[in-house]
Write a protein that binds this ligand. Structure first.
Ligand code: PEP
Length: 240
């Protein structure tokens, strides 16, 4: 199971102290060989975090990247090979917060292709808005996001798909078990070689319900991942 921590735009150098608890827990956790922890901090923390996690099996990823492979005049942007050079092994692409800011399926597709060339693994986010859910077009939206986002990408082994309903992110709401199960199986059928994660308001209370859903390969965790106690609780309860 994957436990991917998305810190979003939170955290300074002192936030790295919170990793000690997680490192200590994970070292002695009896089921640790079944779990993969990946931290995706703000880019400013990738290098120091990689150093802190050097002697552990915990890995580090970035939260976004630019679609161009080479350097260029793109103020504020970072390309995948730059992320790789500071220790990132993964990159989140297509997060709904970036889609909402104008990132299109086409740009997402270019970013994924470039990141794969730099040998990064991809955490590819898809999900429907509340309005799309109400209109009952969730499957249509997900199919389009996958078709366009992964267009002309043959080898999908390095692609982890995170199903994150937009209405669930940061709201405390999660899908009903039967609905989530249906969606996860729907995505899995079309993407047999990819791991499929769920993301959106995962916490230590709802994890018992979420972990029992068939075919889920792990979780993308936002808010709760910034608190080491909550994050550890989620991991522990997944294996209870
Ligand atoms: C996210 O933004 O990827 C996410 C899952 O956030 P949260 O867990 O806070 O809903």
């Amino acid at each position: 199971m994957y436990f991917i921590a998305n810190w979003k735009m939170f955290g300074g150098l002192n936030s790295l102290n919170s990793l000690h608890k997680v490192i200590k827990f994970f070292k002695t956790f009896k089921k640790n060989r079944f779990a993969k922890i990946i931290y995706c901090p703000p880019s400013t923390l990738i290098r120091p975090m990689t150093k802190k996690l050097k002697l552990t099996s915990i890995e580090v990823g970035a939260q976004n990247c630019h679609e161009q492979e080479s350097y260029g005049a793109f103020t504020g942007s970072i390309n995948p090979s730059m992320l790789k050079s500071v220790g990132a092994k993964y990159v989140i692409i297509g997060h709904s917060e970036n889609r909402a800011a104008g990132e299109t399926n086409k740009i997402i597709n270019l970013k994924i292709k470039t990141a794969l060339k730099s040998n990064l693994s991809i955490i590819f986010c898809i999900g429907e808005t509340l309005n799309e859910k109400r209109k009952k077009i969730t499957k249509k939206i997900l199919t389009k996001q996958i078709q366009l986002g992964l267009s002309k990408i043959r080898d999908k082994k390095k692609i982890i798909i995170a199903y994150e309903p937009v209405w669930s992110i940061g709201t405390g709401l999660i899908p009903k078990s039967n609905e989530l199960s249906e969606i996860i199986n729907f995505i899995k059928k079309k993407n047999r070689n990819s791991k499929i994660l769920y993301g959106g308001s995962v916490n230590s209370k709802n994890i018992s319900e979420l972990k029992s859903i068939n075919n889920i390969d792990g979780f993308l965790i936002g808010g709760a991942s910034q608190d080491p106690k909550k994050f550890i609780d989620i991991i522990k309860k997944t294996y209870n």
